[in-house]
Ligand binder design. Structure first.
Ligand code: LR7
Ligand code: MN
Length: 576
């Protein structure tokens, strides 16, 4: 009977493990999408696409960083480092391992000095004498990390220390969010032993980046908090323009221009100040970038002046510590990654502050195409965070997000204290925010139909389907069996005859039916739906939308009311 018990125990354990793995797969960071499209709705940091987070923790054995002697001048002045194509098998292994652990080219980073030089990106306007106030508040720079590469973390810290006036840096707080890589333990402490400004704080368990940031704030002594990701590089003069805005008005929250550090070559790409973008979001509650809108351009004489931004990317910003506290910092129920950037953006605007991007300040960031670290098993973290955000801040607009997730809110925990906070602060409504701060955003409620667009021919089970990412623009629109889960099959039919999701519109110019940035001038993006005939007649061609026999391709045909392959139903269609 002992043997029997053993078998039962081993069996149960096996099932538990299998269940957890299964759940991890199901609960990974995305909204329900067809199985063949794993990539949608993963945190998308445009214009770069990410993949779902790794499901396994990085392997234990390969922890020792590969510390190569910096190759002479490699990467200086932000230049790219390109590895030769004829690498030996041993080196190639190291390069691959670096990519695997970090989702960027760690090997190349290790070849570059942690003090490398960068060109000065500033517009002349920024360098005018007296541009910024002399007396500026001191800042605590808070850098959270979970298993960051050694050379990349050090370069971040040195870029702060090397390129900031030392009297403005109260301290640099490194918050270790429960990393398990060896180099982040005693080796890191030893490295900074003679640098009194650098403090290392360790989370006792994995907190996720949001609570890690709060831990950093709790230890901070500076008047201003400046947050950076752990894979950044600050450029000359990055700090003064940020602190200057806060000195003038402590309710101003400021972000630098975020330049791209190439994930493969570590090249530093400058965004020139003519090309500054501002932050927005879509109804998946994902952050995105936009050109500065005309009404905002009109407020400025020089493009290097700070611009209002509806949202922030999240990782790189400065905020007055007292103002951050007044706003109730972050929702500490946010786990691991995501949502906090929009929360802070909405709150800032709705509760009496302003949010700006400061073109005189440039900081580089390594953009990754996937998240290299482990998230949580069995929970859709990003959705949970986003539902909390929507419940507290979006008022009657929350429903547009819920439509995107098939109205499955899941367990999002307790939010009473967050609602009480909003009440106490007497913040403005989300409608006020949309009308005044983000008037460019398309409001789904203004659509005549919203939901799936189903073809009624050949079985009547085929729906328009596309992730409609920025990378899908200019590509043909797909078809897929209808799944009733929103996501890639959620479309809106606007009053002006567009079939759209966010900024992507169905567009036909004689070749294929593609997605194209919505332009608002009808023509190739005009579709006339007739609820009686069920036809979708196209504006400029006068043809009708249909599907092919194999149900995998959209066609444009001469309109024929008898052809069921030209018949469509638009969910929630309301012509009144
Ligand atoms: O569990 C974690 N614990 C952590 O300490 C997970 C992450 N982290 C650290 C991590 O080591 C890094 O330093 O938190 C930082 C951010 O994590 P990333 O680099 O994986 O995030 P990201 O750059 O892909 O994501 C952007 O959106 C996030 C939403 O929660 C955060 O706000 C990030 O700070 C933010 N990054 C930027 O804004 C940089 C510019 C990207 C753009 C656009
Ligand atoms: Mn980052």
């Amino acid at each position: 009977s002992f043997l029997l018990k053993l078998i039962v125990i081993v069996g149960t354990a096996w099932f538990t493990i299998a269940f957890l793995l299964y759940n991890d797969d199901r609960g990974s960071n995305r909204i329900p999408v067809p199985v063949d499209d794993e990539q949608d709705a993963v945190p998308r940091v445009l214009p770069f696409r990410r993949e779902p987070p790794h499901r396994e923790a990085p392997k234990k054995e390969e922890e020792k960083p590969v510390l190569l002697p910096p190759a002479s001048n490699a990467g200086e002045m932000g230049k790219p480092v390109v590895l030769p194509s004829n690498l030996s098998a041993d080196v190639k292994k190291l390069v691959d391992a670096g990519w695997q652990k970090n989702a960027f080219n760690q090997y190349v980073s290790d070849m570059i000095s942690v003090h490398r030089s960068l060109p000065d990106p500033r517009d002349e306007w920024c360098k005018a004498p007296g541009r910024f106030q002399e007396a500026l508040p001191q800042t605590s720079v808070i850098i959270c990390f979970h298993n960051e590469a050694w050379s990349v973390l050090l370069r971040t810290v040195h870029s702060v220390l090397d390129r900031s006036p030392s009297h403005l840096i109260k301290e640099v707080i490194l918050v270790d969010d429960f990393s398990d890589m060896d180099h982040l333990k005693q080796q890191l402490v030893d490295y900074f032993a003679s640098e009194p400004k650098v403090k290392i704080i360790r989370a006792k368990k994995r907190e996720g980046l949001i609570r890690a940031r709060l831990l950093g704030a709790a230890h901070a002594e500076g008047e201003v908090l400046t947050y950076l990701d752990s894979h950044c590089e600050c450029t000359t003069g990055w700090l003064e323009p940020l602190l200057d805005r806060i000195a003038r008005d402590p309710t101003t929250v400021v972000c630098p221009v975020i330049d791209v550090i190439d994930d493969t070559t570590l090249e530093y790409h400058f965004h020139d100040s003519g090309g500054v973008n501002v932050g927005g979001f879509d109804w998946n509650l994902q952050f995105n970038w936009h050109a500065v809108p005309e009404h905002e351009k009109k407020r400025h004489k020089n493009p290097a002046e700070p611009v209002y931004s509806p949202t922030m990317a999240g990782g790189l910003f400065s905020i007055d510590k007292k103002f951050f506290e007044r706003l109730g910092t972050y929702d500490n129920g946010f786990d691991i990654w995501g949502g906090e950037n929009l929360e802070l953006s909405f709150k800032t605007w709705m509760c009496g502050g302003t949010l700006e991007i400061v073109p005189c300040s440039h900081v580089g960031h390594i953009f990754r195409k996937r998240s290299p670290y482990k998230w949580r098993s069995g929970v859709n973290v990003l959705r949970r965070n986003s539902v909390r955000l929507a419940e507290v801040w979006l008022d009657e607009y929350a429903k547009y997000y819920y439509q995107r997730i098939g109205n499955e809110k899941g367990d999002f925990g307790d939010i009473t204290s967050r609602k009480a906070l909003r009440e106490k602060l007497g913040c403005k409504s989300f409608k006020w925010y949309l009308d005044n701060i983000y008037p460019e955003l398309f409001i789904p409620g203004e659509a005549v139909a919203s939901g799936e667009i189903r073809n009624l021919g050949i079985g009547g089970k085929t729906c328009l389907d596309s992730p409609a990412r920025r990378s899908d623009l200019h590509k043909p629109v797909g078809l897929y069996p209808c799944h009733r889960q929103g996501g890639n099959q959620f479309w809106m039919y606007s009053k002006s005859g567009e079939i759209r999701r966010d900024e992507a519109c169905l567009d036909y110019s004689g070749q294929e039916v593609i997605l194209y940035p919505c332009h608002g001038s009808k023509g190739n993006q005009f579709w006339d739906y007739n609820a009686n005939s069920k036809l979708l007649r196209h504006g400029s061609s006068d043809k009708c939308l249909a599907i092919n026999e194999a149900k995998n391709k959209l066609l444009m045909e001469p309109c024929d009311e008898e052809a069921t392959r030209q018949h469509w139903s638009l969910e929630n269609y309301d012509a009144s």
